[in-house]
Write a protein that binds this ligand. Structure first.
Ligand SMILES: *[C@@H]1O[C@H](CO)[C@@H](O)[C@H](O)[C@H]1NC(C)=O
Ligand SMILES: *[C@@H]1O[C@H](CO)[C@@H](O)[C@H](O)[C@H]1NC(C)=O
Ligand SMILES: *[C@@H]1O[C@H](CO)[C@@H](O)[C@H](O)[C@H]1NC(C)=O
Ligand SMILES: *[C@@H]1O[C@H](CO)[C@@H](O)[C@H](O)[C@H]1NC(C)=O
Ligand SMILES: *[C@@H]1O[C@H](CO)[C@@H](O)[C@H](O)[C@H]1NC(C)=O
Ligand SMILES: *[C@@H]1O[C@H](CO)[C@@H](O)[C@H](O)[C@H]1NC(C)=O
Ligand SMILES: *[C@@H]1O[C@H](CO)[C@@H](O)[C@H](O)[C@H]1NC(C)=O
Ligand SMILES: *[C@@H]1O[C@H](CO)[C@@H](O)[C@H](O)[C@H]1NC(C)=O
Ligand SMILES: *[C@@H]1O[C@H](CO)[C@@H](O)[C@H](O)[C@H]1NC(C)=O
Ligand SMILES: *[C@@H]1O[C@H](CO)[C@@H](O)[C@H](O)[C@H]1NC(C)=O
Ligand SMILES: *[C@@H]1O[C@H](CO)[C@@H](O)[C@H](O)[C@H]1NC(C)=O
Length: 388
């Protein structure tokens, strides 16, 4: 793209020699140039000298991180200054880059608010501002009708969910200080693939309307203040690949048809809630599951043998529940785990598993044999804990 832009610039220069009028039109847009200069002016620290090329002797389409249209008039379509250590506020002037489609400012030290003016960028498709120190409330993005990806995770943003456009695909607001509840109107964004608001202070529960999502793959709401029963709407999102409810105040039994309702599930984390009852027997129907963490709940009953059917399983954390084993038969599940040849981490610590640990443990895959019942053992590739 850099090469394409250079060629374009040369063409502009050639055009200049013969046609002065074409030149002044084609060589750029003063609004874009001034907007970028304003953005630069606000930067307090540029430790890697990322903006050294942003000077008068260089056309703004050749400034580091700037990409322009390849056709005249040259307008800024992309600004990518990821991981440059930049410190300072984000100038509202970026809202004047009318043709901006991609804006990537992740992994810097941008401070202050996200300018409300960004909500006017109708062409904006991707906005990445992850891992900065942005604060205040988010702009309303409802009018950014082309926005597909909105990543604002890892900041200090406050307030409620922002206004969102109808064709969004990826929403990542994790690791902020957001409050309020998840608005049911989000379910109207039928294009949504990723919904991540982990590590905030969101209350309430997953809205029932979430059952309408036709293609949602990632639903991560771990580490919030969600309460109430296991959200029934989840059972209707058969496209889910990753579900994270860890570290909330959810209670009740987990629906027994969870696994058969979510056949594509690969990652399931329900740890640190108040879930009770049996481990859902249909988990074996979600045959792509590779990570299951249901630790620190109130699950009861024996450990089901179903895990042996999950050949992709690499992590199984059942610790800190009230799972029981009294007889030899109750330990049968360990034999079945021998089928999980990819298993790397297994914990059964802090349950009510009693009796003789079967010798069949020797059948467990590769390094899953070194353990003791009362202590953690760490082998080369595995943490096993069977603490009573
Ligand atoms: C520059 O962009 C602004 C805002 O989009 C527009 O109003 C103006 O006509 C453009 N100027 C030129 C010379 O293209
Ligand atoms: C202006 O930018 C160019 C790169 O585009 C760089 O070579 C030059 O050193 C810069 N000039 C100043 C004064 O920083
Ligand atoms: C915007 O980002 C997407 C994904 O990273 C990329 O495919 C696309 O080419 C970018 N567009 C521009 C104009 O930089
Ligand atoms: C952005 O545009 C508005 C109105 O179009 C103007 O008042 C403002 O000065 C512009 N800001 C920059 C930095 O170009
Ligand atoms: C943001 O930081 C987290 C670690 O805190 C990291 O996992 C993630 O990849 C970073 N995001 C981006 C876009 O670099
Ligand atoms: C969205 O656009 C409409 C129509 O231009 C306008 O009335 C409304 O105020 C805009 N909303 C936001 C949040 O900018
Ligand atoms: C979803 O959109 C429909 C029609 O556009 C509207 O009637 C409904 O109120 C919206 N639902 C929510 C929860 O906002
Ligand atoms: C969820 O799925 C069930 C069974 O397929 C269906 O009866 C119900 O209407 C669905 N709920 C919603 C809100 O779509
Ligand atoms: C677990 O269940 C017991 C009763 O079986 C109850 O007393 C206890 O409060 C529950 N603990 C949690 C964390 O839900
Ligand atoms: C779940 O798997 C069992 C066998 O493990 C099978 O009998 C049952 O039909 C499956 N249920 C669904 C809904 O696929
Ligand atoms: C484990 O694998 C063996 C043979 O591959 C099979 O007969 C057995 O049913 C499997 N066990 C479970 C629990 O799936």
């Amino acid at each position: 793209m850099r090469v394409a832009a250079t060629v374009q610039f040369l063409l502009v220069l050639i055009a200049c020699s013969g046609h002065a009028v074409t030149c002044s039109f084609a060589s750029g847009n003063e609004t874009d140039r001034l907007s970028l200069l304003d953005f630069k002016k606000a930067i307090i620290l540029d430790p890697q000298r990322a903006l050294i090329s942003w000077n008068e002797s260089t056309h703004y389409c050749h400034w580091e991180g700037v990409l322009c249209t390849t056709k005249s008039p040259l307008r800024v379509v992309s600004l990518d200054l990821t991981s440059q250590g930049l410190l300072g506020p984000i100038s509202p002037s970026l809202g004047n880059l009318t043709f901006l489609t991609n804006l990537s400012l992740s992994n810097n030290r941008f401070t202050g608010q996200i300018p409300q003016s960004l909500g006017h960028l109708h062409h904006l498709q991707r906005l990445y501002m992850s891992n900065n120190t942005l604060e205040g409330i988010m702009p309303n993005f409802g009018n950014c009708s082309n926005l597909k990806a909105l990543w604002l995770n890892g900041n200090n943003l406050v307030g409620q969910f922002p206004g969102l456009p109808p064709r969004l695909q990826e929403l990542n607001l994790a690791r902020n200080d957001l409050t309020g509840t998840i608005p049911s109107s989000i379910s109207n964004i039928t294009t949504l693939l990723t919904f991540n608001c982990m590590f905030n202070n969101i209350k309430g529960n997953i809205p029932n309307e979430f059952a309408k999502f036709p293609s949602l793959q990632t639903l991560l709401v771990s580490r919030n203040q969600l309460s109430g029963r296991f959200p029934q709407a989840i059972l209707n999102i058969s496209t889910l690949i990753a579900l994270g409810l860890t570290g909330n105040h959810l209670s009740s039994e987990v629906p027994s048809d969870l696994g058969s309702s979510l056949p594509n599930l690969q990652s399931l984390t329900l740890a640190g809630n108040y879930f009770q009852g049996c481990i859902p027997p249909t988990l074996s129907n979600a045959s792509n599951l590779n990570a299951i963490d249901i630790s620190a709940n109130n699950f009861t009953g024996v450990v089901p043998s179903l895990f042996g059917k999950l050949t992709q399983l690499s992590m199984l954390n059942l610790e800190l529940n009230k799972l029981k084993a009294n007889s030899k038969q109750d330990w049968e599940f360990l034999n079945n785990l021998a089928n999980c040849t990819k298993l790397q981490a297994l914990s059964l610590a802090f349950n009510q598993l009693k009796g003789q640990v079967p010798s069949s443990l020797g059948n467990l895959p590769t390094c899953l044999f070194s353990f003791s019942v009362y202590t953690w053992e760490i082998t080369n590739c595995l943490v096993v804990s069977l603490q009573a």
